[in-house]
Ligand binder design. Structure first.
Ligand SMILES: Nc1ncnc2c1ncn2[C@@H]1O[C@H](COP(=O)(O)OP(=O)(O)O)[C@@H](O)[C@H]1O
Ligand SMILES: [Mg+2]
Length: 420
């Protein structure tokens, strides 16, 4: 194989519940069939299946079994594996770092550093390497921000061997999402740092922080966050809910996105299975406490509608398992938007009989699927509406959002169409 060819096979490692070092779970191969479609195959390793501690890497598609799993969805990469790989931002970092613009799906998995979301890792050796022990510290944030800025502005040298380009991997590229980010550590554990971009319409770091606070005030379970200002710029730090610090290193929770659970495709134009109603059906099958998590998902739909978060796509919801059991992950990536229409705004996923319409009646129309009685569902919707209406402004200000930015996002909250 030459260095320009894409790899077609790799081992999949997993850090088992409560452990801090990985074991080999199985093998993944990605090939092209005679029709020219990419087809992925996964098999669990015999030794892994015999291990009493073994857990499934995906609660829907890859249950513990001796069979050879096959998929042609998502370019042949099983959802759970794809969830552990980089997205737009991380791919950009890797392309710059490797000096190649056309990498295969497997290359993105293999080239990304081991700070990815969830419990999986990838490599070419039968046995996994030792886990990464050192991470960037919060003190390094200014350097990391400068590096991210230079990458966005395309101001890094073209030479893949240049020091700055080598330094890129410091950013921590394996986390998904499109916004510039890095993984950093402090005494409390690991955080995902999200940087502002110069062409942002408002101060995202402060506003996202405020939305997480507002969501908590509305009774949602969310990721913990805090703000740091480095080199005069604000950075949002979101505590990683898939890592716990122990004396021996980090334990890792398994994590799959709603995209994987829905067996959906990423392309927004298609939106096959992009539905909260289907998602809650899947959730009820997967999680240990269906009533609790279904209600939590219902609250999130209401909250997204009330802050016009129309970027609530299936990668912005996830399920995690710290031990053997799965549950809905804390909420993350909550961002307001201000579409022109005052009558109709659409969430990314269908949420009721009237499709994606971010509207109270629509959201209530499927309350039974969320295991809620009509009156309880109504209480949630009305209570949250009052809470958002009454407190969004003070919450945003308490997070240090400027008057100008508060004004700019004011149209996001409880838009008229919500109550039509
Ligand atoms: N607190 C967290 N702990 C662990 N993983 C997270 C956390 N927040 C987000 N993630 C993962 O990182 C990805 C990117 O984060 P996100 O906030 O959605 O960034 P972006 O704004 O770029 O989309 C998410 O899709 C999710 O898989
Ligand atoms: Mg996101």
């Amino acid at each position: 194989m030459t260095s320009k060819e894409s790899r077609t096979e790799c081992f999949v490692y997993i850090t088992l519940p409560g452990e801090t070092t990985p074991v080999t779970a199985g093998k993944f191969a990605l090939n092209t069939n005679t029709r020219g479609d990419a087809v992925g195959q996964f098999v669990y390793r015999r030794k892994y299946l015999d291990d009493p501690r073994a857990v499934e890497i995906d609660p829907v598609e890859l249950k513990l079994s001796e069979r050879t799993y096959e998929t042609a969805l998502l370019g042949g990469v099983f959802g759970a594996l794809r969830d552990a790989g980089p997205d737009y931002w991380g791919r950009r970092v890797i392309e710059k770092h490797t000096g190649r613009s056309q990498l295969g799906e497997l290359d993105y998995l293999l080239e990304s550093p081991d700070d990815r979301a969830g419990a999986l890792a990838f490599g070419l050796n039968t046995e996994p390497p030792a886990p990464r022990r050192s991470f960037n510290q919060t003190i390094d944030l200014e350097k990391l921000q400068t590096l991210a800025d230079a990458l966005i502005k395309d101001e890094l040298p073209a030479d893949p061997l240049a020091q700055q380009v080598q330094d890129l991997l410091l950013l921590g590229t394996s986390m998904g999402g499109a916004r510039p980010k890095a993984v950093v550590e402090d005494g409390a554990g690991l955080w995902m740092a999200k940087f502002n971009q110069t062409d942002d319409r408002w101060n995202n770091a402060r506003i996202e922080h405020a939305m997480l606070r507002l969501a908590r005030a509305c009774g949602l379970i969310t990721a913990e966050s805090r703000l740091e200002t480095v080199g005069g710029k604000d950075v949002l730090l979101v505590k990683r809910f898939d890592r716990d610090k122990t004396a021996d290193g980090y334990t890792r929770a398994r994590m799959v996105s709603a995209l994987t659970v829905l067996r959906a495709d990423e392309v927004p134009q298609v939106r096959r299975n992009w539905s909260y109603v289907i998602l809650v059906e899947e959730l009820r099958r997967i999680v240990t406490e269906p009533k609790k998590d279904a209600k939590e998902l219902f609250r999130r739909i209401c909250f997204n509608a009330l802050i016009s978060n129309i970027d609530d796509h299936p990668r912005n919801h996830a399920f995690i398992a710290r031990g053997r059991r799965w549950k809905l992950s804390p909420a993350y990536d909550l961002t307001p938007s201000t579409p022109v229409s005052q009558e109709r705004r659409d969430l990314a996923l269908e949420c009721g009989d009237q499709g994606r319409y971010a509207n109270a009646k629509n959201i209530l129309s499927q309350h039974t699927r969320f295991l809620l009685e009509r009156d309880e569902a109504e209480r949630i919707v009305n209570g949250m509406k009052q809470q958002v209406e009454a407190t969004w402004s003070e919450t945003v200000r308490a997070s240090g959002v400027s008057e100008k930015d508060a004004e700019a996002i004011s149209g996001a909250f409880v838009y008229p169409g919500f109550s039509l």
